[in-house]
Design a protein around this ligand. Structure first.
Ligand code: ARG
Length: 393
């Protein structure tokens, strides 16, 4: 299995002090709150008191405690349910949880990230999946995945300051090259290697094998020239730098995926001025008049780009949803949560789709805002690492 991973350890790797400091003791109150929540929501969990005693004893003896597989599964699913920026939460109960807590080496994490990708997308069918690696524990640092997502495209800085590929990852790309990556083929869509640290030295670089990266070449149902743009996108969005927090325990390496909503690709990744910035190119090919804003050439180009994304994924048999459908599903989710007597926290500015906003029902209302636990949280140092702003020496 390891042969498929081209691990590159840079020469002269001095042992680095673990950048995150020693893990803190788990807060017993956070543990208790979670255990009570689990037993209140899951009838099959049995009586709460003996489990609470067990957890408290383990915390007093070791500074942390071990979730049962059922607690882990529940905790991960509820962390998704509590993700106030996610419009796709209707299916939170169906998330598949891969318990890989015994894995703490960088090599082991790399292998299981690749397996995650293979299992999360089979024949184009995407299943929401999370892989949970070793947690932070006193005396035993958790592994960390530096990449923002398991699959992302390199951005190669050119001498004139422009970037080929995804400008969001220009600094990250420079960092992995410094760490020993020789670079991909030099296309605008070269998949970056995984960068994984286990707290014992320089991070491991590990190429993601091609068969684990499902991609869709973009074509347009009405414009044959669209294919000539040579655009593509990967099928699986798998966020890999957020920490899963359950009952006071931190799992910094817990990559999770859903499926794409088309606008994430067509109205943001390919369209944002600081990403692939393709609106002018598409508008040019459409023959639109781009000298005056009021021709709405940007809007027109956005629509055709998004038509191409949805059409191409559908034609390739890869799971994707459109923003109208996903908006309706989200309101179903909110209603269901209310019926279950829970608040559904949501951030309007993240929930509302980035195009045709007011044509979707999620636009026309406000939402409760709350930070509930379990949760996926962004740690500032993990954001820095994912954007290549973390010193490696
Ligand atoms: N917007 C991010 C991207 O385009 C992915 C965020 C998660 N999206 C999802 N559908 N689960 O890569």
């Amino acid at each position: 299995m390891l042969e498929s991973l081209h691990g590159v350890q840079s020469p002269c790797s001095p042992p680095l002090p673990h950048p995150h400091g020693p893990a803190k003791t788990v807060d017993p109150d956070a543990a208790e709150e979670f255990i009570r929540q689990f037993h209140a929501e899951e009838e099959s969990a049995g009586p709460v008191r003996p489990r609470l005693r067990e957890v408290m004893l383990e915390i007093s003896q070791t500074g942390t405690y071990t979730h049962t597989p059922d607690e882990l599964t529940f905790g991960a699913r509820v962390a998704w349910r509590n993700s106030s920026r996610c419009i796709g939460r209707l299916y939170w109960r169906s998330m598949r949880v891969r318990d890989r807590r015994r894995i703490r080496t960088a090599e082991g994490v790399a292998v299981e990230c690749v397996n995650h990708l293979r299992e999360a997308c089979t024949d184009g069918r995407i299943r929401p999946t999370i892989t949970v690696f070793a947690p932070e524990a006193p005396g035993a640092p958790a592994p960390r995945i530096w990449n923002e997502q398991l699959i992302r495209y390199a951005g190669y800085g050119r001498a004139d300051g422009s970037v080929m590929g995804d400008p969001r990852y220009a600094d990250f790309t420079e960092m992995v090259r410094y760490l020993g990556w020789r670079g991909g083929e030099g296309t605008p869509f070269d998949v970056l290697p995984l960068v994984i640290s286990d707290g014992t030295g320089r991070p491991l670089l590990s190429e993601v094998p091609g068969d684990a990266v499902v991609e869709v070449p973009l074509v347009h149902p009405s414009y044959p020239w669209f294919a000539e743009l040579g655009l593509r996108w990967h099928a699986v969005p798998a966020i890999s730098n957020m920490c899963l927090e359950i009952g006071g325990v931190c799992y910094p390496a817990a990559p999770f995926n859903g499926w794409y909503m088309g606008t994430e690709i067509g109205a943001r990744n390919l369209a944002d001025p600081d990403r692939y910035n393709l609106l002018e190119t598409v508008a040019g090919r459409l023959g639109l008049e781009t000298t005056r804003e009021r021709t709405l050439w940007r809007d027109h180009a956005l629509v055709e780009l998004n038509v191409a994304v949805l059409h191409s994924f559908e034609a390739a048999g890869v799971t994707i949803s459109d923003h109208h459908t996903e908006s309706r599903r989200f309101l179903t989710h909110v209603a269901r949560e209310e019926k279950a007597g829970r608040v559904c926290p949501a951030e309007w500015s993240w929930i509302v789709p980035p195009m045709s906003s007011a044509a979707t029902p999620v636009f026309h209302r406000y939402y409760d805002e709350a930070e509930l636990s379990p949760a996926f949280v962004h740690h500032p140092d993990a954001i820095e690492r994912a954007l290549g702003r973390h010193p490696v020496d």
